[in-house]
Ligand binder design. Structure first.
Ligand code: TYM
Length: 329
C-alpha cells in the first residue's frame, strides 16, 4: 500500500481553511493509502508562542482530526516531537540543503518581513523539518493546501540531492491538492490563517458563524442593495461552491448578478450550510476533548506505530551516510 504523510501545526484552533484545504481531502484518502497524520508541534514553536498553551493546542488538534472524520483505526495519528527521528533526519538533510534554496521559499520571505526583529534559524529551516516529516515515512504523496506547494517542491529537490549523493533511498513525494486548496479569509483578501483573525473555526456555533459572515467582505463593487454584483470576484461565492448545493449556487449566482437578492440573503444561505456541516464536528469535538484518556491512547498508539517506521528508515539512512559504526557493535 502506498503511503501518505501530512500534518497541521498546532498554533491555534483549526479553521475551515485547514478543513477544506487538507482534512476533508485526507478523509477520502484513508482507505486507499497507509496514512500518517502528524500534529507537527516543532513547527509551531518557530514563532513566538506560549509554552503553557501548547499541550491544550495539541489536544485540540488531535480532537479536531478525529471529530472531522480521521479514523485512528485506519490511519496513524502522531505527534511530531515525540518521534525524535523527525528532528534527527532534519539535521542530516540540513547538511545537503543549500541555504539559497531556503532563502527563496515564499513563506520564509513573508515571515522574514513579519518577524524582522526576531528572525530565528527555525523559520529558515522550517521546510527542511517538513521534508524530514514526509520522507521519514517514505511517503509517496502529501495532501496539502496550495500554500504548501513550494515546500513540497523543495522536499522533492532535497530527495533528489540525497538520492544522488548517497544512493536511491527515498521516493519523490507528490502533492495532492483539493478544490478547496486556497481559502481566503473573511477579509476577502489574504489567505485564511490562524494568525490573521480572519477565520471561521471548526468549533464555532451557528450564531458565531453568522456573526462573522454577516460582516465578511463581498464584491467591493456592490455598494448598494440594488447594485448587481459579480459572484466570481466575491469570496462568499467561492465558499458557496464548497458548502452549498448546486441549486443554491445557481440561485445566488443569478440572484447576485440581477440584484434580485442582497448580500445578506446570500450570506444567510451560506451561513446555514456551513453551520450544518460544522455542527456535528463541533459536537464530536466537545465530546472528545472531555475524553482525554481516549485521545491519549490514540496518540500513544500512533507514536508507537510511526516510531516503528521511523526507526527502519533511519537504520537505512545511517548505513547510507556512514554513521552505522561497526566498531561499536
Ligand atoms: P498549516 O498548519 O499552516 O496548515 C495545515 C494544512 O491546512 C492547509 N491550509 C489551507 N488550505 C487552504 N486554504 C487555507 N486558507 C489554508 N490554511 C491552511 C495547509 O495547506 C496545510 O495543508 N508546513 C505545514 C505543516 C507541515 C506539514 C508537514 C504538512 C509540517 N510538516 C509535512 C505536510 C507534510 C503548515 O504550516 O501547515
Amino acid at each position: 500500500m502506498k503511503r501518505i504523510f501530512s500534518g497541521i501545526k498546532p498554533s491555534g484552533r483549526l479553521h475551515i481553511g485547514n478543513y477544506l484545504g487538507a482534512i476533508k481531502n485526507w478523509i477520502t484518502l484513508q482507505d486507499e493509502y497507509q496514512c500518517v497524520w502528524g500534529i507537527v508541534d516543532y513547527h509551531a514553536i518557530t514563532v513566538p508562542y506560549n509554552p503553557k498553551e501548547l499541550e491544550e493546542r495539541v489536544i485540540d488538534c488531535a480532537a479536531s482530526y478525529i471529530a472531522a472524520g480521521l479514523d485512528p483505526e485506519k490511519s496513524i495519528l502522531m505527534l511530531q516531537s515525540q518521534v525524535k527521528e523527525h528532528t534527527e533526519l532534519a539535521w542530516i538533510l540540513n547538511t545537503i540543503t543549500p541555504i539559497s534554496w531556503l532563502e527563496r521559499v515564499p513563506t520564509f520571505k513573508d515571515k522574514a518581513k513579519q518577524f524582522s526583529k526576531s528572525l530565528n534559524m527555525g523559520l529558515l529551516d522550517y521546510p527542511v523539518l517538513m521534508a524530514a516529516d514526509i520522507i521519514l515515512y517514505k511517503a509517496d504523496a502529501v495532501p496539502v493546501g496550495e500554500d504548501q506547494l513550494p515546500h513540497l517542491e523543495l522536499t522533492r529537490e532535497i530527495v533528489r540531492r540525497f538520492n544522488n549523493t548517497f544512493g536511491q533511498t527515498f521516493p519523490e513525494p507528490k502533492a495532492i491538492t483539493s478544490s478547496g486548496a486556497l481559502i481566503k479569509g473573511l477579509d476577502g483578501n489574504s489567505k485564511m490563517g490562524k494568525s490573521l483573525e480572519n477565520c471561521i473555526y471548526l468549533d464555532e456555533t451557528p450564531e458565531e458563524i453568522w456573526k462573522k459572515l454577516s460582516t465578511a467582505v463581498t464584491d467591493p463593487q456592490r455598494i448598494r442593495r440594488n447594485d448587481p454584483g459579480d459572484p466570481e470576484v466575491c469570496n462568499i461565492f467561492s465558499l458557496h461552491k464548497l458548502f452549498s448545493k448546486k441549486e443554491q449556487i445557481d440561485y445566488v449566482n443569478n440572484g447576485c448578478r440581477t440584484a434580485d437578492i442582497g448580500c445578506l440573503d446570500c450570506k444567510k444561505i451560506l451561513s446555514n450550510n456551513i453551520a450544518a456541516e460544522l455542527s456535528p464536528i463541533r459536537e464530536k469535538l466537545i465530546e472528545l476533548k472531555n475524553n482525554r484518556d481516549y485521545l491519549k491512547d490514540v496518540l500513544n498508539e500512533g507514536i508507537r506505530k510511526s516510531k516503528e517506521i521511523a526507526i527502519q528508515t533511519m537504520s537505512e539512512v545511517y548505513d547510507k551516510i556512514g554513521t552505522n559504526y561497526k566498531f561499536l557493535k
